[in-house]
Design a binder for this molecule. Sequence first.
Ligand SMILES: [Zn+2]
Length: 156
Amino acid sequence: MPNKLELSGKKFGMLTVLEDSGKRKGSSVLWCCLCDCGTTTFASSTELSVGIKVNCGCIPKTKNNDYIKQQLMKPQMNNTSGVRGIYLKKRKGGANRWTAVITLNGRQYYLGAYRNFSAAVKAREEALEHVGDSFAEWHKEWRKKTKRTRGSPDPV
Ligand SMILES: [Zn+2]
């Protein structure tokens, strides 16, 4: 039997994966998921990872990206910055960096480490504009682009 993808606890769109329902859809595990609206629903590993299913059906997929964006912009007080997705990474010698990340479709995307807090916020805001079906592609391009500046002694 192939290794089962462990998705419990991960979030895809509005769906939080609760547990393996024990059911299968073809060879795919059917997961029991909780939608942000409070409804429980089933979704297969494929539907979740490819982004076919992003909620229980309560919001049309076209509007869902707006909803996800709103969620990603909500403030988060339990981290080092108070801003969702921005973390202070302490480094030896006091050269601390603000690290920006975005969590989307169960994956955390790295958005760079910055000396200036506002630069980290700006990087994340830029990424937010690309939230949608093609985000992974955008991020791949972004990584390619920023790779060139990596290794520069003092990133902004
Ligand atoms: Zn729902």
